[in-house]
Every structure is written in structure tokens, then in C-alpha cells.
Design a protein around this ligand. Structure first.
Ligand code: PEP
Ligand code: MG
Length: 747
């Protein structure tokens, strides 16, 4: 980079800082900025366009175009050269703008007189806030140095916009993060809650993007990088002895932290007038924009590493966001890109609502949120960008939306909604001690799913007859080391005591897929949902399974015990697992320990294969429980965590129901007790259809018991079955519509 331009760009930033620090505000400040840039770059035009809403850019300040056009000229994202710069997040630099693809003539700006055009996206961390444009009459392309200087300035403008430096300069410039925002996502857990934003990964705010002391900034950057390397080395030391796989990942990571070109670019940014943190952010923005464009999985992965390293570096430089749980507000609404079940369990039930950018209905984090009845909205694009810690936010789990910084009207309506829900809960509470008896006389036994001691009070509160599925892995996920047998046994004993004689079906450890224990060697499997998981791990490495079975037998302490094995796909697997139980019993007998007074050993039916298993399988299991979440994923070959494919298939699809019906029939023929414990059991219409097919035990999250019972008590299951049969005879793909239409006249 030629020396002349380096100092020019620094000088420009210095003047910009002076302008921003002066008394001028809003529009006047913005006008000053375009004037300064135009003068420094000796171009006739300099303009700033900012987003008015997600799709519209507005001319907010100009030097050189007609002044009347300010706040009048607008364009859609992708429209004209300005719109294209924003959409593609790349610089457009042309000597002949009118000849350029997408050029749009805007008479109100008088722009036809200008031949050359250079548009630079104003972006912060990959999010485009607007476009900075310079234009001149002379037909020339701007030099790479000039473009670079514009990028540096655009970066500073982005930071200042973020900080509200231009508030008051028209609608488009009202401070970001102050206006109400409606975020549309999808429903993952119903319920409504009001609270304050609590960011899982707090946003780092850079308050000093410009610096005129490159040496100091350079030293700060180098110091921070040393600290970053040191922390990676420490992690590596720890990982090498216990986990060579993780060490490999960290080594790649360390290599990246030493990347010469990354450092060189940041140093050049500092030379050109940016502070150390602004330089990190500038390169991070570039990386994010490239990440969004790149179709190459390997490159995306590396860019992801770079993004993560940049975040760490920013935290070191600014000292922000180090203690994640420190500033939790009173009614925290967790906002995150995504979250794993372990992390959510660590936060615990104090979270009042969750809004995720990504997430999925089938994930275990969602299951935890559902078990705790925490309203959850997923796929809420933009939430981590828009929300700031402490902002008021309303989570509407019924509609899959969230209101960020709502105005009074929205807040009032929302509070009414919460009050209505409370009344519905009261209604459910009034039928808590009644049976789920349909009008035809059939009684459906409703149980609850659980996984933590903290879930058990719901056994009383919900009116559940027992725990139909106790997911033991949640206890393993919340720890950072493998629990000991004595701890497990004490814990299961507490569960049984809390159940107070009601049946608890303990499911042995179901790890793998999205449930990864932090202290177990990660498996680099291309397809973990169909990989080495659940009982497959239990049988191949029986140490943990044996410890768990022993802990369960001891916890029962002479009372009845129910155990089921997850993800059994064939008879031989059940036999092998059952043999482990027999061995555990023999061992306990030998040690003189009391055995359970009654023992039921069952299996979960989670793959279609079991529906076609030999008769002996149905005869040998003491009971079967359909794990609909996994069963559906394998039946339709649709990843339960992938929203795009998951939603295509309906549980009430005739083919899926026919599989369930077949299982019901085989269980009836062999006198095998059958239940359904996937999430669908807690959806009233689904529950109704399962009951109509003959299922008499359903296990669901506690909050669903009221609504399911309420509906079951109002219908005649024979009539439901007739409606389903009629839809099937008619050739419907799903019976949902027919049943839902029929229900309108019943309840
Ligand atoms: C299921 O697959 O339906 C089930 C209950 O197990 P999990 O959701 O824990 O995989
Ligand atoms: Mg499962």
C-alpha cells in the first residue's frame, strides 16, 4: 500500500473522529461525514444510504447529489447499483456506471452526470447496514487503495450507526436497537412469556473504532493474540492427555491463530487508522460475508474457525462478555443462534423463554425446553443481531413470534393473552384428578416424560399417572465428568421416592446423535443419528450400562422397578441388553443386595424394523414404548433436527398411522403392554388419533397432560376412528384435515 494513501486514510479517519466528537448531531453530523469523505477523496459525490427496513435503502446524506433527494430516494435490496452492493455485500467499482448491469437512473438525484461509481457495503459483523457511495464525472475506476480507504471508513460508519451516533437523522437513522422489532420464527414450545433479553453470546460493542496511535493499537493486538494463543495452548495441553481427537481440532485452530495473512491484514487496518478491535471486526465482517457466499464446506468450516477466534479476540480486547452468567436479568429470555441441551440444562429453569435464530423442533435442547414448559421460538432470523442484553422481549410460543422492545399496545395485548392462558391452566387444573375417559368409556392412561429431579414435582401438579419415560442421559449431560455408580443410585432412589409409588420407566443411557457428553471422546461420524448411539454404545462398551443397571437395581431397594432400553432395532439387541440385566441381577444377588419386588424390562420402538420383528420379540419384552421422534425420522428419512425436511411429513400421514396400527395389533395379539412417548403424544389431535387406533398409554411433557385430557374427555374414540377410516377410504394422505374438521363440531 503506497505511503501517500495510508496517511490520507489516517488523516481522514482523524478528521472523521473530530467531526463525530463535535457537538453536531443526527443529520448535521451525517452531512459532515459525507462532506469530509468527498473532500478527502476528491470526488464530486459522496452519499450514504442506510436501511429503512429490511428491504429498503434510503439516501440519508449526500454531498454532490441534489439535496431534495435526501430521505426521498429509496431503492429495494438488489435494485440499482446501490441495492446490488448491499445485496451481494461486495464492492461495486465501475468507470461507466450507466453501462453497468442493474444501473437505475434516478432523476431526483441528478445522477446521470456521473460516470464512475464505487459502492462499499457498510457492514458490521457480516450484517449490512447500508452503502457508502462515491461518484465522479471523470470515467475512472477507483484504485484499490481508495477502495480500501472507503472500506475502512465504512467500517467506522457502521460502528457509529450501531452506537446511535446519527440518531435523529430521519426515519432510517433512528438508533438501531431502539425500535420495536417483530421477529417471525416457528413454534417449538407453546406458551407466552415476558422478560428481558439474555444473550447466550453477548454482543461485543466497539466504542473506539478510530485510533491515531497505531503503535499502541498494534501492541494491544499483539498482546491479545499472545493471550489467545496461550489459552489455546492450555486447552491443548488438557486435551492431549485425555482426548487426541479434540486435540487435533485444537491444533488446526492454533494454526489458524498463527495465520500470517490474517495478522497482516489486521495490522494494515491499524496502520490505516483503525483501533485494534475495529481491525478485528473488519476482518471478521469480511470472513462472514465470504462464509455466506461460499458453497465449499471445507472453506466454510475454516471461516467458522476464524469467526470464533475473532470473537475470542474481541472479548480479550474489550473485556466484554467474559462471565456469561454474571448479568442475568430477573426474567431472562435466552437469545442465541443455537444452543445444545447441555448448555441449556446448565442455565436451568430460571430461563423464562427462548428465542433461537436456528434450532429445531426435534432437538434435545427443544425437548428440555418443552419438558420445562419454557416458551420457545426457533428460526427467528435476525434475533441475535437485533437484540441487546436487557431489552424487553415477549415470546409468543403459540404463534412462533417474538416482539422485541414492544410498544405499549403490543405489551397490553400480550399481557391479556398471558392472563387468558392462566385461566386455561386453571381449567386444566380442575380436571387434574379426573380420568382421561373418552365418551365411549375407553380410558387412556396419561404419563409424563422427565429427566431431572426438578421435573418430578410436576407428577403431582399435572395429574400424571407415572413417568412413562425418564431420560437418564440428561443427568449425564449436565455434568462435566462421568457420574459414579453411588451418585447415580442415590439419584434414582430420589426419583423413586419423589414418584411415591407411581411407576417410573427409566430409560438407560441414550447418548450419541445430538446428545454428546462433554467428557466422552467425540465420534467423528458422518451421520450420527444413524450412528453409534444409545444401546449400540451400551452393548459395545458395556461398562456404563452395567454401572447404570446396578445403580437402578440398588435404587429400587426392594420396590418395583421398570427399565427400558433405547433404540433397539432387532431382537438380538434386546436379548443382549436383557442378558446384561440378568447378569446385574445375579451380581446383586451374590452380593446379598435386596432385589426389586417386581421388574419390568422393556424396549423403545424407534425404528420401523421393530414393527416387523419376529413374534418372539413381542413375547420377550415386558412392554414396548414407541419413541415417535426417532421413529418418524427414520420412517420418512427426514432428520428430526432439520426443519426444512422435518416439517414436510405429518404424523397423521396415513402410512405412518398404519405403521402404528400394526404395532398396536401385534402388541394386542401377544398381550404386550404398549405406550407412546414421543413428543406427538402431547399434541391433542395426535393423541386423539393414537387413542383411536387403540393406544391406551401415552407419555408426554407435563404441560400437555391437561390439554390432552381435556380433549379426550370430550370425544367418542369410535367416532374418531370412523372419521379416520373414512378419510383413508377417500384416499387422503393425512387424516389431519378430516379429524380437525370433525372436531370443530365436537368441542
Ligand atoms: C423418541 O425418539 O421419540 C424418544 C422419546 O426419545 P428421544 O426423543 O430422547 O430420542
Ligand atoms: Mg429417541
Amino acid at each position: 500500500m503506497p505511503h501517500r494513501f495510508e496517511s490520507e486514510s489516517r488523516k481522514l479517519l482523524g478528521r472523521l473522529r473530530a467531526a463525530l466528537a463535535s457537538d453536531t448531531e443526527g443529520q448535521a453530523r451525517l452531512n459532515k461525514v459525507v462532506e469530509l469523505i468527498g473532500d478527502s477523496m476528491q470526488t464530486e459525490v459522496c452519499s450514504i444510504y442506510l436501511f429503512r427496513d429490511a428491504d429498503t435503502l434510503e439516501l440519508c446524506a449526500t454531498k454532490g447529489l441534489q439535496e431534495e433527494a435526501v430521505h426521498q430516494t429509496r431503492m429495494r435490496l438488489g435494485e440499482g447499483l446501490v441495492g446490488r452492493t448491499a445485496k451481494n455485500r461486495t464492492v461495486i467499482n465501475t468507470a461507466d456506471a450507466p453501462a453497468e448491469k442493474g444501473f437505475r437512473y434516478m432523476p431526483e438525484t441528478g445522477e446521470e452526470r456521473f460516470s464512475s461509481f464505487c459502492g462499499v457495503p457498510i457492514q458490521r459483523l457480516g450484517e449490512v447496514l447500508g452503502v457508502l457511495v462515491v461518484q465522479s464525472k471523470a470515467a475512472r475506476e477507483y484504485t484499490p487503495d481508495e477502495v480500501y480507504a472507503l472500506e475502512i471508513v465504512a467500517m467506522v460508519i457502521a460502528e457509529m450507526t450501531e452506537l446511535g451516533a446519527f440518531v435523529g437523522a430521519g426515519a432510517a437513522l433512528s438508533a438501531r436497537h431502539q425500535q420495536p422489532v417483530l421477529l417471525r420464527g416457528s413454534i417449538a414450545q407453546e406458551g407466552a412469556s415476558e422478560g428481558q433479553v439474555f444473550l447466550h453470546e453477548p454482543r461485543v460493542v466497539v466504542t473506539n473504532p478510530i485510533s491515531d496511535d497505531p503503535e499502541t493499537e498494534h501492541n494491544r493486538l499483539v498482546g491479545a493474540i499472545d493471550e489467545l494463543r496461550q489459552s489455546i495452548d492450555d486447552m491443548l495441553k488438557g486435551a492431549r492427555s485425555v482426548d487426541p481427537e479434540q486435540a487435533k481440532v485444537l491444533e488446526a485452530y492454533r494454526m489458524f491463530a498463527n495465520s500470517g495473512s490474517w495478522l497482516r491484514r489486521m495490522k494494515a487496518d491499524i496502520e490505516n487508522g483503525l483501533s485494534a478491535e475495529a481491525a478485528v471486526e473488519k476482518e471478521q465482517s469480511h470472513a462472514r460475508a465470504r462464509m455466506a457466499r461460499s458453497g465449499d464446506a471445507y472453506l466454510r468450516e475454516r471461516l467458522h474457525d476464524l469467526d470464533d477466534l475473532s470473537n475470542r479476540l474481541l472479548r480479550i480486547l474489550t473485556g466484554q462478555g467474559v462471565d456469561l452468567q454474571a448479568d442475568m436479568p430477573d426474567n431472562p429470555i435466552l437469545v442465541a443462534r443455537n444452543i445444545g441441551p447441555g448448555e441449556l440444562l446448565e442455565y436451568g429453569k430460571k430461563i423464562k423463554g427462548i428465542v433461537l435464530e436456528e434450532g429445531s423442533v426435534g432437538s434435545h435442547a427443544t425437548i428440555v425446553a418443552r419438558a420445562w414448559a419454557i416458551p420457545l421460538v426457533i428460526n427467528a432470523r435476525g434475533v441475535t443481531r437485533e437484540a441487546l442484553n436487557g431489552d424487553t422481549i415477549l415470546v409468543d410460543g403459540e404463534q412462533g413470534i417474538a416482539h422485541l422492545r414492544p410498544d405499549e399496545t403490543v405489551l397490553g395485548a400480550f399481557r391479556d393473552k398471558i392472563a387468558m392462558q392462566t385461566r386455561a391452566q386453571e381449567r386444566y387444573a380442575s380436571i387434574r384428578d379426573l380420568k382421561a375417559q373418552a365418551k365411549c368409556g375407553s380410558v387412556v392412561s396419561l404419563h409424563m416424560n422427565a429427566g431431572l429431579i426438578a421435573d418430578l414435582p410436576s407428577l403431582e401438579g399435572s395429574g400424571a399417572e407415572g413417568v412413562g419415560l425418564f431420560r437418564t442421559e440428561l443427568q449425564f449431560l449436565v455434568r462435566n465428568q462421568m457420574p459414579r455408580r453411588s451418585e447415580l443410585s442415590a439419584l434414582y432412589a430420589r426419583v423413586l421416592r419423589a414418584a411415591n409409588g407411581k411407576r417410573v420407566a427409566f430409560r438407560t443411557l441414550d447418548i450419541g446423535s445430538d446428545k454428546v457428553l462433554p467428557y466422552m471422546k467425540p465420534n467423528d461420524e458422518p451421520n450420527p443419528a444413524m450412528g453409534w448411539r444409545a444401546i449400540r454404545v451400551g452393548l459395545d462398551k458395556p461398562g456404563v450400562l452395567r454401572m447404570q443397571l446396578q445403580a437402578l437395581l440398588r435404587a429400587a431397594d426392594g420396590a418395583p422397578l421398570t427399565v427400558m432400553f433405547p433404540f433397539i432395532t432387532q431382537l438380538s439387541e434386546f436379548r443382549a441388553a436383557r442378558a446384561e440385566m440378568d447378569k446385574a441381577i445375579a451380581r446383586e444377588t451374590k452380593l446379598g443386595h435386596t432385589l426389586p419386588s417386581a421388574l419390568e424390562v422393556g424396549a423403545m420402538l424407534e425404528t420401523p424394523s421393530l414393527a416387523f420383528a419376529p413374534e418372539a420379540f413381542f413375547e420377550e419384552v415386558d412392554f414396548l414404548s414407541i419413541g415417535g421422534n426417532d421413529l418418524k425420522q427414520f420412517f420418512f428419512a427426514a432428520d428430526r433436527e432439520n426443519e426444512r425436511v422435518r416439517k414436510r411429513y405429518d404424523t397423521l400421514d396415513v402410512s405412518f398411522l398404519s405403521l402404528i396400527e400394526q404395532v398396536v395389533k401385534r402388541c394386542k395379539a401377544t398381550n404386550t403392554h404398549l405406550s407412546f412417548c414421543g413428543e406427538d403424544a402431547g399434541r391433542p389431535v395426535e393423541a386423539l388419533c393414537f387413542a383411536a387406533l387403540g393406544l391406551r398409554t401415552l407419555s408426554m411433557r407435563p404441560a400437555s397432560i391437561g390439554p390432552v385430557k381435556h380433549l379426550l374427555r370430550r370425544v367418542n374414540l369410535d367416532e374418531v376412528k370412523a372419521v379416520m377410516d373414512e378419510a383413508i377410504a377417500k384416499g387422503d394422505q393425512s387424516v389431519r384435515r378430516a379429524v380437525a374438521d370433525w372436531l370443530v363440531y365436537q368441542v
